[in-house]
Design a protein around this ligand. Structure first.
Ligand code: HEM
Length: 391
């Protein structure tokens, strides 16, 4: 990767006079000097935009130490604005030595948008906003490393299709407003300045949001089974099967990236991997309790919160069906068929993921420190509803 370009002062930022040249922030850095009290931040959005200006020209991996030290000072006491607090959490991850999937993808900021009742956001709408932002970004790009016309057309076609699939209520891909408009730019924090890392981050963010929807579907189906309503459970699983088609589209989008580009920026993403995706593992655990071996494996080591949820004991669809099903009674055959289709959709999702990963990664190890493709090959043997088919 090219050396980072020298950054100018941070526009619109109280620290604009701070020297911004200097070395990249070392991962694992610990602050050496005592913190001074945080100055008031009258314009958190303006300050974040100033920081983003530097991120866009250097990459988050290469932020100057002087800027990071000053941003660190703004965390004590914690900022009152939840968006600004989430932004600092994400932008200072490498400085703190806790770079991770969650902060790489700016999930704290996206969750703040979902939690904020003024935004009207749900995971579908936010996915549409994020993928529409990819379309905007790709069309506006002028850099030398933007994709060729053919690749661009393919990427845009898949991205627009994804937006359509997220917008079944017609409300999806519109222009963001309010807090989402103000903070959207801050949710893309590439570690490098390579063009393709931007859409890669957006695709992974959409993956997280998609799996929030899938978890909600499976949990609702579980409650319906417990309530003796297999038809209602089937309806939620049919929705989940449709959502999986959208999830698979993300791999087609990512497949438009050149492997060489991926290898260039992944040098700076070590330690952040979708193996740490809470939502993906939550989905798996909502379908059926993971085996003891899987709970102890790399797969769950990166998601301690979800592992604790499982160990604390929680209901899942497999257990609910085993407790309640009445073969031959109305509704149960349809539910069984939907469960089998969901299993098939997940197997196809894993095969598509393995295909893209194999092409991009070759024999290299994963950024989550597994052996890479051999790990994904073994994952193909896992089943969401293994307990059900064994019963
Ligand atoms: C350049 C493209 C990609 C490559 C090379 C890749 C590679 C990998 C590798 C090697 C792993 C194993 C964990 C590790 O060591 O990091 C993994 C896990 C995972 N990846 Fe990807 N991936 C890619 C794109 C994606 C995309 C686009 C998504 C979602 C849309 C995704 C979702 C996941 C998930 C959920 C896991 C955890 C699987 C499990 O633990 O069972 N990946 N990926």
């Amino acid at each position: 990767m090219d050396a980072p370009t020298p950054a100018a002062g941070v526009r619109g930022c109280p620290f604009a006079c701070a020297p911004t040249g200097g070395t990249a922030a070392p991962v694992g850095h610990r602050r050496a000097t005592p913190r001074s009290p945080a100055p008031a931040v009258p314009d958190p959005v303006g300050l974040a935009r100033g920081v983003l200006d530097v991120v866009r020209r250097r990459g988050k991996h290469f932020l100057p130490e002087s800027l990071l030290v000053r941003l660190d000072g703004l965390r004590h006491p914690a900022p009152a604005d939840p968006y600004f607090a989430a932004f600092l959490d994400c932008v200072l991850d490498k400085y703190d030595g806790r770079f991770h999937n969650r902060t790489y993808l700016a999930l704290p900021l996206l969750e703040t948008m979902l939690d904020d009742p003024t935004t009207g956001m749900d995971p579908d709408r936010l996915s549409a906003v994020l993928m529409s932002d990819v379309v905007r970004f790709e069309l506006a790009a002028t850099g030398a490393d933007r994709p060729d016309d053919r690749t661009l057309r393919t990427r845009l076609r898949h991205a627009r299709r994804f937006v359509e699939l997220c917008s079944t209520d017609g409300a999806g891909g519109g222009e963001p407003t309010g807090a989402v408009a103000r903070w959207l730019d801050a949710t893309a924090l590439p570690v490098s300045v390579l063009h393709d890392e931007y859409f890669f981050i957006r695709a992974l963010q959409c993956h997280e949001l998609t799996f929030i929807v899938l978890v909600a579907d499976v949990r609702a189906a579980t409650r319906a089974v417990r309530a003796g309503a297999p038809e209602a459970a089937e309806a939620r699983l049919r929705h989940a099967i449709e959502v999986f088609a959208r999830a698979a589209l993300l791999f087609r989008i990512v497949a438009t990236m050149r492997a060489a580009t991926f290898h260039t920026f992944r040098e700076f993403t070590q330690g952040a991997s979708a193996i740490q995706s809470d939502q993906y593992k939550r989905f798996e655990a909502a379908c059926g309790a993971p085996s003891r071996a899987r709970l102890r494996s790399d797969a769950f080591a990166g998601v301690p919160v979800v592992r604790d949820e499982v160990l604390a004991g929680q209901d899942d669809l497999s257990r609910a069906v085993l407790d309640s099903r009445r073969p031959g009674a109305t509704g149960w055959d349809g539910l069984g068929a939907a469960i089998a289709e969901l299993e098939g959709a997940h197997q196809r999702w894993k095969a598509a993921h393995r295909g893209v990963a194999g092409r991009m990664l070759g024999t290299a190890a994963g950024s989550g420190y597994t052996e890479g493709v051999p790990y994904l090959d073994r994952c193909m043997d896992n089943r969401l509803f293994g307990d059900l088919s064994a019963a």
